[in-house]
Ligand binder design. Structure first.
Ligand SMILES: [Cu+2]
Length: 384
């Protein structure tokens, strides 16, 4: 596969990179964003638009499969999930719950194992990105624990650079994953240990310098702490509905979405945007939702270089729990929320009163949508 960044150098605009990808990887193999051919795209790159870039735009052929059903706004072709070693469709519900044991004081000890490694990944059809990963995937594993447990994260650095795991949570200074406190060199190991608190929708990321480069290379992941119902008697039902493994939780359709982006030519701007890495993946493969069961999204924004991201749901409204640290909504009945970098929260909604069909979700930064961050819920009567 052609590595777009190395072929096109640092000064090309994101538009030209997209157009160049078509030429180098073959017209049928690479995704074409409608943005490539739109004069209104972007602001900072406006001067670099060329007839060549505009001419490169091609509508997907009617025979190109399911993506054609949604018009010309999505990538064309397939990303090789087997080679990547991760599949965005499965990542939505892929929780890493680690291994549990009982401590001498009766508390649960939950142990996770995470390794850092360099890995080239495909972020759009035919577009490779030299990532730094946790456990070989971007985003890293979605770690999930329960409030009050003792957590132990055994971290090994098999990568080519110093890395760490900095958790958004409560812990001792020496467990902070910054230089001198858990930032380790290639070949080294470090064990982070702390209590799981507060409950909520959190994240972890590398805290090596330069920080934005280490994060943007793929070193981030979800860190979810479920509330312990026994600690919240006034809202125990709500807490139980969030606690993985309970019958109440099984009623919910839970999805983890990490909003990310990739600067494929290393010019300090992103060329591709996504949820869970692969551009337009949930347009090409809509997310099946059973109509009469509620939906809960753990939404995390890790996009570098752009200060704000957002989530907008079509034809519906939702409740929002900023950072997931409350059992009552911090915003009720909204259809859009914004998140700065590392901001995150829980989104809850239902399609019970809706017709079945395809319902879109995307950020309301239109440029992000055109460059890969948009998806569809396929609301059906029942999921087989
Ligand atoms: Cu790092």
């Amino acid at each position: 596969m052609v590595d777009v960044p190395t072929m096109f150098g640092e000064r090309l605009s994101r538009r030209l990179v997209l157009a160049g990808g078509i030429c180098t990887a073959g017209a049928t193999a690479v995704g074409v964003n409608a943005a490539v051919g739109q004069a209104t795209h972007g602001g900072h790159d406006a001067g670099s638009a060329t007839p060549a870039a505009a001419d490169a735009y091609q509508a997907p052929s009617p025979s190109s499969g399911h993506s054609g059903a949604h018009g010309a706004m999505v990538t064309v072709g397939e990303v090789d999930s087997a080679r990547n070693g991760f599949d965005p469709a499965k990542m939505l519900t892929d929780w890493d719950v680690g291994v549990t044991s009982v401590l001498s004081d009766g508390r649960t000890l939950r142990t996770f194992e995470v390794v850092a490694e360099d890995k080239e990944i495909e972020i759009a059809p035919g577009v490779m990105f030299p990532a730094w990963t946790y456990n070989g995937r971007v985003p890293g594993p979605a770690l999930r624990a329960t409030e009050g447990e003792r957590l132990r994260i055994v971290f090994k650095n098999y990568g080519s650079h110093p890395h760490s795991m900095h958790f958004h949570g409560i812990h001792a200074a020496r467990m902070d994953g910054v230089p001198g406190a858990g930032l380790i060199n290639p070949g080294e190991e470090f064990v982070y240990e702390f209590d799981a608190k507060p409950f909520g929708c959190h994240l972890y990321h590398c805290h090596a310098l330069p920080l934005k480069r280490h994060i943007h290379k793929g070193m981030y992941g979800a860190f979810i702490i479920d509330p312990d119902p026994a600690r919240h008697p006034e809202l125990a039902d709500v807490a139980r509905s969030r606690l993985l493994g309970t019958p109440e939780n099984a009623q919910w359709q839970e999805l983890v979405m990490v909003m990310n982006a990739f600067d494929t030519n290393f010019d300090g701007e992103n060329e591709f945007y996504a949820v869970n890495t692969v551009a337009h993946t949930y347009m090409n493969t809509p997310i099946k939702i059973t109509r009469n069961r509620p939906v809960r999204i753990y939404l995390i924004n890790v996009v570098e270089f752009d200060p704000i991201n957002s989530f907008h749901l079509h034809a519906n409204f939702f409740d929002y729990f900023d950072q997931g640290t409350t059992l009552t909504p911090t915003l009720k009945t909204v259809d859009l929320i914004t998140q700065c970098q590392a901001q995150r929260g829980i989104i809850e909604f239902s399609f019970a009163e809706h017709e079945t069909g395809l319902y879109m979700f995307h950020p309301h930064q239109s440029e992000f949508t055109e460059l890969g961050w948009v998806g569809m819920f396929d609301v059906v009567e029942d999921v087989a």
